[in-house]
Design a protein around this ligand. Structure first.
Ligand code: SF4
Length: 198
C-alpha cells in the first residue's frame, strides 16, 4: 500500500483523536481497573524469589515468581519476573532488557550446564561441573606453566600471564567481585573484563 507523508500524518492524527476520545469516555481507567483486578490472580500461589538482573553492571533487583510446589516434588517454572520495588538500585523499575528477563530464563537455547566439544568433534556434549572445573584447572595450570612471563627483556620483573583471558560476571556481590579480582590479578592475568561490557 502506497501512502504519502501527508496522508500518513493525517491518518496518524485521526488515530490519536480516536484514542483520546476513547480515553475521555473513561475506557483508559477501565483498562487499568481490569489490570489491577487480574494481577493478584496472576501471582496467586506463586513462589517469590529475589535475584539480580544478570545483564549489566547496574545490577537491578528483580523478583521472580514461580509455580510448582517443590515440597511435593514438582518442578517450579518461572511465570513472571518484575523489578523489585524494595531494591535500592532500581526501586522496581527495569529497562527493556530486564523487563524481558523471563524470555531469557525460559529460552530453549539458554546454556544451563557445562558443555564440551572434544577435539575433532562437531558437537557439544554435556559434562558434569566436577569434570568441567577439573579440566579448566588443569588447562589453566598447564598454560600458565608454559607461558608465564616473570621478567621483560630488560630483566624488570613483570609477572604476567598473557595467553589467557578472564570474563567475570556483573551480577555478583562486592565480596565475590573482590575475590575474583584478587585471584585473576595475583595469577598474573592481564586480559580481564566484565560481562557487562560484552
Ligand atoms: S534491568 Fe537493565 S539496567 Fe537493570 S541490570 Fe538489567 S540490563 Fe541493567
Amino acid at each position: 500500500m502506497q501512502i504519502s507523508r501527508r496522508g500518513f500524518l493525517k491518518a496518524a492524527s485521526v488515530g490519536v483523536a480516536v484514542t483520546t476520545t476513547v480515553g475521555a469516555f473513561g475506557f483508559g481507567e477501565a483498562e487499568a481497573a481490569v489490570v489491577a483486578h487480574v494481577r493478584p490472580f496472576k501471582l496467586a500461589n506463586t513462589m517469590e524469589t529475589r535475584n539480580t538482573c544478570p545483564y549489566c553492571s547496574v545490577a537491578c533487583g528483580v523478583i521472580m515468581y514461580a509455580k510448582g510446589d517443590l515440597k511435593k516434588g514438582e518442578q517450579a517454572t518461572i511465570t513472571h519476573i518484575e523489578g523489585d520495588a524494595d531494591h535500592p538500585t532500581n526501586r522496581g523499575t527495569l529497562c527493556p532488557k530486564g523487563a524481558a528477563l523471563k524470555d531469557f530464563v525460559l529460552a530453549e537455547t539458554r546454556l544451563k550446564y557445562p558443555m564440551l566439544r572434544k577435539p575433532g568433534s562437531d558437537k557439544f556434549e554435556r559434562i558434569s561441573w566436577d569434570t568441567a572445573l577439573d579440566r579448566i584447572a588443569r588447562l589453566l595450570k598447564d598454560d600458565r606453566d608454559r607461558n608465564f612471563v616473570t621478567t621483560n627483556k630488560d630483566g624488570v620483573p613483570v609477572n604476567r600471564w598473557t595467553s589467557v583471558g578472564f570474563l567475570a560476571a556483573s551480577a555478583t556481590t562486592n565480596e565475590t567481585a573482590f575475590l575474583t579480582y584478587k585471584v585473576v590479578r595475583s595469577a598474573g592475568i592481564l586480559a580481564f573484563d566484565n560481562q557487562a561490557r560484552v
